[in-house]
Design a protein around this ligand. Structure first.
Ligand code: HEC
Length: 207
């Protein structure tokens, strides 16, 4: 059977999205009233999304800070790679932001086959906004590039998910590692970009 490039991409996308939605659903049990939010996300302009994010950002940072992880301390002060929160179909229809620490200096310009240096940390926070106007913080998704050879199965990437109240959902290098194994499985789709998807084109900050 000959399968076209487009078919392969289509299949990959479906697998990818269903995998994440499944995960997002299981995370919901810890995420109090977010279950409704997933079904009816509001369609926001960039300005509206920005305003909602600004109104939540302090509460979000306080929540994640309760995790007491040095890795993500003050991540909101890192370079931000999107010009407004954007809706992420693969992350449970949440509005997300893409931050990267200074070590990850080439995150925005990565060429095929290039890699981010060890010590790079990528942090993606999230919020839900329903069409009834309910707004709440979502999980924080983190990727850390470990020193070469630390974990060959994930190309030395560590994946962590922190819940809005600072509790740890899982960490591939520690607590409930098997619960977050699926992260790398999806990110493998972009192995040629060192496993990073980057930001949708219409939301990229000018370089
Ligand atoms: C079904 C596919 C899928 C799964 C599963 C997935 N991600 Fe992602 N991830 C993406 C996509 C697509 C993007 C970029 C677009 C976006 O933000 O929606 C992304 C972006 C990211 C980013 C920003 C860096 C980048 O890739 O540009 C981080 C950090 C991240 N994900 C962490 C995680 C963590 C942690 C998990 C597991 C808890 C996870 N992801 C699971 C698809 C996935």
């Amino acid at each position: 059977m000959i399968v076209s490039h487009r078919q392969v991409l289509g299949i990959a996308a479906v697998l990818a999205i269903s995998g994440f939605v499944l995960h997002a659903a299981s995370a919901q049990t810890k995420d109090q009233d977010a279950h409704l939010a997933i079904e009816n996300p509001a369609d926001l302009t960039k300005e509206q999304a920005q305003k909602h994010y600004q109104s939540l950002i302090r509460r979000m940072s306080r929540g994640y800070a309760a995790a007491q992880m040095d890795l993500i301390r003050n991540y909101q002060n890192w370079p931000l790679f999107n010009d407004a929160p954007y809706i992420s179909a693969t992350h449970g229809q949440r509005y997300v932001n893409s931050y990267a620490n200074r070590m990850a200096h080439n995150y925005g310009t990565l060429q095929e086959g290039e890699e981010l240096p060890a010590g790079s940390v990528l942090a993606k926070d999230s919020m839900t906004v329903t069409d009834e106007g309910n707004i709440h913080p979502g999980a924080l998704f983190v990727m850390e590039k470990l020193p070469e050879g630390t974990n060959p199965e994930t190309a030395d990437w560590r994946y962590i998910m922190v819940m809005p109240d600072g509790s740890l959902f899982g960490d591939t290098m520690g607590f409930r590692a098997s619960e977050v194994d699926y992260c790398h499985v999806c990110h493998e789709a972009v192995a040629d970009r060192d496993y990073t998807f980057y930001v949708p084109e219409e939301y990229r900050v000018a370089e």
